[in-house]
Design a protein around this ligand. Structure first.
Ligand code: GLN
Length: 495
């Protein structure tokens, strides 16, 4: 098998048995990044620093270090601040910005031995579902150059799918790990809110933002997430909860299960609202086939209800812009980033800097957020949305009385065409399957489950799995078992 065909686990094995060096791996991936620059997946690549880090990793391995990701190449979504590379969050506002510190996730992965090759493209301030809102250009879907890669972690998803890196970080506020993973045919996990530190992750909607892992398989995601997760005293919303050994959990036998039926006893709930009108036939078919495979592994499929699911879009698109309007007020031309050259007084300096620095979608959300928080509308919109959020979370808690995992589609359709979606509302509505778990703070995954049909034959479909709080190991276990009997996650785009 060539290097590019090896997933993270394969590359780790090759490093361990000495058949490849980190330097060779890094050179190989840097060459692919250069060759496929047209995808627009990266906004910054630092080849020299990566090669230096790779040589250090090789030396460390030679002297006996066994750090879990030692010498493995990866990339960070450009929402994580880095001291040695620019950090832009996909915005002109932060073009060329250098952070004085590294995000905790960046530090942890480095300490685990990973070699960072660069920063990946994203929707501006993580607002979007197609990666067309980036100030640094759209990203193309490696499977089909006419399709979007999904968003907002579209650069990370495209980079992993195109084998430019075996794994990448992402962030998910309302689906930004799961949906691009689905559109690009890779595996992604957003853990429980609070499991990964938000310190140094440029804020969009703080009560929803969560970092996670994107890679080819559940095994690979387990390895990366294990290194990212854990309490961080620098983040007041970080939770003090032990991080299990996720990779060890992947094959841990379940009580009452056996090798032929490793998921025996696992009840998987199918929310009827998620299979309702609006779900495309081709996505439904692929998802149902994956569910049949889970059943073949011993899982029991049960019908459940998440009655308030249909309110998720409305609640999220009030709460997330409200938080964003507050978070983004720090970009005022004084402290960070872009400052207008022309202005008569201070107020105009603020106005011009923000008018020039932010793109149209970010401005739209700041306006919506400011409106719903303003006196007279706060009770009618923001407070109501908060109440709905709680009810949605309660629906999940009730549903988990009769099931151990919840499954459904990640998105109602396969990836759409670049430039096709011009109505922001249509794009908001397409988030209906990912928003509920985000509002409830639950861990959720996207697992490759096939492709669309006809002219969509090269557009991947994702199966979504959702677990109760802190159920990451259970999620990863089910996804890993599914990947033992399916090969969608091994398919590669013809590039
Ligand atoms: N598409 C959603 C939005 O635009 C989710 C984005 C995200 O998870 N960062 O808000």
């Amino acid at each position: 098998m060539s290097l590019a065909e090896q997933d993270l686990r394969g590359q780790l094995q090759a490093l361990r048995d000495g058949s490849v060096s980190s330097e060779e791996l890094v050179r190989h991936h840097l060459a692919r990044i250069e060759r496929h620059a047209g995808l627009g997946a990266f906004v910054h690549v630092d080849a020299d620093a990566a090669l230096t880090a790779a040589r250090e990793a090789d030396a460390a391995r030679a002297s006996g270090s066994a750090a879990p990701l030692l010498g493995l190449p990866l990339a960070h979504k450009d929402v994580f601040v880095t001291r040695d590379m620019p950090s832009t969050a996909g915005s002109r506002m932060l073009a060329g910005y250098r952070s004085p510190f590294d995000a905790t996730v960046v530090v942890r992965l480095r300490e685990a031995g990973a070699v960072c090759l660069g920063k990946t493209n994203m929707d501006e301030f993580a607002m979007g579902s197609a990666n067309e809102n980036s100030a640094f250009g759209a990203v193309r879907n490696p499977w089909d150059a006419g399709a979007v890669p999904g968003g907002s972690s579209g650069g990370s998803a495209a980079a992993v799918a195109a084998r430019l890196v075996p794994a990448a970080t992402g962030s998910d506020t309302g689906g930004s790990i799961r949906q691009p993973a689905a559109f690009c045919g890779i595996t992604g996990i957003k853990p429980t809110y609070g499991v990964c530190s938000r310190y140094g992750m440029i804020a969009y909607a703080s009560s929803l933002d969560q970092a996670g892992a994107m890679a080819r398989s559940a095994w690979d995601c387990a390895l990366v997430l294990g290194a990212m997760a854990g309490f961080d005293p620098r983040d007041s919303t970080s939770v003090q909860h032990p991080v299990p050994d996720y990779t060890a959990a992947l094959d841990a036998p379940r009580e009452g299960a056996d090798a032929a039926r490793p998921l025996a006893g696992l009840r998987i709930g199918l929310p009827r609202e998620w299979f309702a009108q609006g779900l495309s036939g081709e996505v439904e078919q692929a998802v149902r086939e994956a569910l049949e495979q889970l059943r073949g592994l011993g899982a029991q499929l049960v019908d459940i209800a998440l009655p308030r699911s249909d309110l998720s879009v409305a609640a999220y698109y009030i709460l997330a812009p409200a938080e964003a309007s507050s978070n983004l007020s720090r970009f005022d031309g004084v402290r960070y980033g872009h400052r207008a050259e022309q202005y008569a007084d201070l107020a105009q300096m603020y106005a011009n800097s923000r008018a020039e620095g932010f793109g149209p979608e970010v401005k739209r959300r700041i306006l919506i957020g400011t409106y719903v928080l303003s006196h007279g509308y706060y009770d009618a919109y923001y407070l109501q949305a908060q109440k709905i959020r709680r009810l949605i979370a309660q629906d999940f808690l009730a549903a988990f009385e009769s099931c151990d995992l919840i499954a459904g589609p990640v998105a109602p359709t396969v990836a759409w065409n670049l430039g096709e979606q011009t109505d922001p509302l249509a794009s908001y509505l397409a988030d209906l399957h990912t928003l509920p778990a985000s509002l409830a703070g639950l861990p959720a995954m996207s697992v490759p489950a096939g492709f669309g049909r006809g002219e969509h034959a090269r557009r991947p479909v994702g199966l979504q799995l959702v677990a109760p709080h802190f159920g990451e190991a259970r999620l990863l276990h089910a996804a890993h078992q599914l990947q033992q009997v399916s090969d969608w996650h091994r398919r590669a785009p013809a590039l």
